[in-house]
Design a protein around this ligand. Structure first.
Ligand code: TXA
Ligand code: MG
Length: 347
């Protein structure tokens, strides 16, 4: 399949033709990659089972892993799900934005889109290109992250081009994703309490201001063989670098010393302020700049691009410090322990 790539930065009049063509492609059952503030999405008509089937094929994704449906207005959720009071509290506070809410699905969303579940995940992105595309398509757009299954989520168009050229009809290049990790996902329980299924930019602390929140076990630890994941995506090792990726729980001097004894072909993902010293002490260690130690937003923004760079460089071993867990740090922690397949060494 030929993939058309369009570069646009906004929804101004001169880009209308491109967005209209992309919307027509969605209506006709095609696949369109679009930017969002979190990561790029691989979109198709959420109500068209064949189109949705093609998303799973293009990504190489198991069909029991459900998709998020993207809507242009938070108030549209009621068209496809049974909304409740807690949903509107969340919507008022955090939408449009990087929050996905799991609710009981209406029948107009095919089982294929929901991976066979009775619930469906809904999200109204903040990115204006994404919202304009959904509006012009006149239907909800089902979209997982626009990477091949097993590679990190794409945070710029080049990542998508590497993974999906020839597998989708259109890629809309809207620049870098501002957040860089996928949306926060919460499920609303029958009693109105929230279960945090995936941490993201909308933090646990912020959600706790709206309702009681329980954190699903899989967010911070590996599930045992017999435990059932509340979100099907949690049972897959998603963001898996090719090299052995190991997290180190210790001080910066301990980390530097340890990595220095691990051979010649090693990389270290480390905070900006330590790079000059580490490189001087140990020129063998290839350092990747994770941003300022105290700027977790930057770390979230850089993580997936760094993981992709590391894959291209073919290291034997890659190390990183165990990140802090407050705010968006919990999202960074969750993505890193999964990429490391829960390998953490206490120094
Ligand atoms: O930021 C994001 O959420 C991006 C952009 C494109 O919107 N999308 C994204 O989609 O990350 P995806 O498919 O890569 O991740 C969605 C996760 C999966 O782990 C899936 O298992 C979970 O959401 N999920 C979807 N529907 C669900 C449901 N009904 N119940 C529980 N988990 C669900
Ligand atoms: Mg994904």
């Amino acid at each position: 399949m030929d993939t058309k790539i369009f570069k646009i930065t906004d929804c101004s009049h001169r880009n209308k033709k491109i967005l209209t063509e992309a919307a027509e492609t969605i209506k006709a059952g095609g696949l369109v990659v679009f930017p969002t503030e979190t990561v790029y999405g691989l979109g198709a008509d959420a109500t068209n089972e064949i189109a949705v089937g093609n998303i799973y094929k293009a990504k190489g994704r198991p069909s029991d892993n459900p998709l998020i449906i993207h809507i242009a207005d938070p108030m549209d959720a009621n068209l496809y799900t049974y909304t409740n009071e807690t949903y509107y509290l969340l919507a008022r506070k955090f939408m449009p934005g990087p929050l996905t809410v799991v609710l009981k699905s209406r029948e107009n969303i095919p089982k294929k889109t929901r991976g066979g579940l009775s619930t469906v995940a809904v999200r109204c992105p903040e990115n204006s290109i994404a919202r304009e595309l959904i509006k012009l398509s006149e239907r909800p757009i089902a979209a997982p992250s626009a990477n091949l299954s097993g590679t990190p989520s794409p945070t710029c168009a080049n990542h998508v081009i590497d993974d999906l050229t020839g597998r989708v009809d259109i890629i809309i290049d809207g620049g870098d994703s501002t957040v860089g990790v996928e949306s926060t996902i919460v499920k609303i329980d029958d009693d109105g309490a929230l279960v945090l299924l995936r941490p993201g930019k909308i933090t646990l602390e912020e959600l706790s201001g709206v309702a009681d929140v329980r954190v699903a076990d899989a967010v911070t630890r590996e599930l045992e063989k017999n435990e059932i994941a509340l979100s099907p995506g949690m049972k897959y090792r998603h963001y898996a670098p090719k090299a052995d990726f190991i997290l180190l729980d210790g001080s910066i001097p301990q980390i530097t010393e340890y990595v220095g004894t691990q051979g010649e072909n090693v990389a270290l993902v480390i905070y900006s302020q330590y790079i000059a010293d580490i490189s001087q002490q140990n020129p063998n260690i290839k350092c990747y700049d994770f941003g300022d130690e105290n700027d977790i937003e930057i770390q979230a923004h850089r993580l997936f691009a760094i993981l992709r760079e590391i894959d291209k460089a073919k290291f034997d071993l890659v190390f990183a410090p165990l990140p802090q867990r407050n705010g968006i740090g919990l999202a960074v922690y969750n993505r890193m322990i999964r990429a490391a397949a829960h390998k953490i060494i206490k120094l």
